[in-house]
Write a new protein. Sequence first.
Length: 439
Amino acid sequence: MILKVKNISEIGGVVKAPPSKSYSHRAVILASLAEGTSKLYDMLYSEDTLASIRVCKALGAKINENDEYLEVIGTGGKLHNSSQEPIDLANSGTTLRLMTSVSALSDNEVILTGDDSLKTRPMGLLMYAIQPLGIETESLNDNEKAPILIKPGYVGGETNIYGNVSSQFISSILISSPLSKNGVTLYVLPEFKSRPYVNMTLDIMRKFGVKTLNGYYLKHDNCDKEFQSCRIDEFKVRKQDYAACDYTVEGDYSSASYLLALIAINGGRAKIQNLFRNSKQGDKVILDILQQMGAKVIRGEDYVEIGSNGSLKAIDVDLSNAPDLLITVAVLAAMAEGTTNITGVAHARVKETDRIDTTCRELEKLGCKLIEREDGMSITGGVTSGVVDSHGDHRLAMAFSLIGLKHDIEITNGEVFDVSFPNFIESMAELGFELELVE
């Protein structure tokens, strides 16, 4: 289907940010591992999070959706795959990565699979990292990608993993580690990208009763940079149990970036509710980015107010800790005056798509001048009307729709926003930007 602008009225108003996708995934997984019954409030029900609910049910959790909350009766860490059929995770890379380690807690084999896109996601780094912990895995297509067979047995011990590919690999090991036989010590080798996502994991693990010890030390030999030390992050998780709790999912700064960018590009004022000042989400850096580009931002305890005259200026920005903002910032750059340099996002090449490549190719279709680099891009403001393709990437579809504020734009395969923001069209309409899907 094609996503395009239906109508633009007075831009501005008040809207609630959607629940965090990252926290929703983690909440349902931890509640499923916990002993007892948890109530999860303000859960996000998107294509991705439904995949996590589906796999948790398949492994023994009892999950019921009520009007006000999601009820999860946990397994107490005793997982069992009753059907022993492959579990379909659709397009959810987060579910695949987090549940690969968790599935080793089952008392029988688990096969995780998904759609054609999910089967392109590299998983070898995680598969090798969990081997020393007693976990045997097998890529059934012998390519270090899904479908992946995970055998029972999680002894624990020590292992290490590079931190520059996916923070979800690190979170996968941390989430599963307290239920291993001996606990886990995990060393994250430099360079550690997307650290805030791991902080989010540690935060919600604490909410469900698990304590971790984490710190770092400096290594002085065999480092990439001559004469410099390199930082090794260390996480120690002893054997312990998750405890059920009532948990409220906070608003998602990643999804809210489209609501905020809408005001920044067009001009106007808006209040976005359910965005917490003390959030551990790395993507809240979008507020600093928008300020640097010329918008005015007020941070409340649980809301953000933004105002703009629609005139944006170019900036230099390192998105190494917020790669999911890449396409939003690229579109902002394309609508700004001057040349914006985006760096630090080489790991965005292994997301739903190679997001550096697809973003550059689609911007070029709109006449944008840019230079693609291995870890980012330089974008000179200025685009024209045109037709672009989402490549099945929810973030590209949502971000590129913002160009429709000032130019005619159509996004083919535009319906994919359901992956993370099912109410995207309705939320944008609340601020006066009406989009529609047409055949």
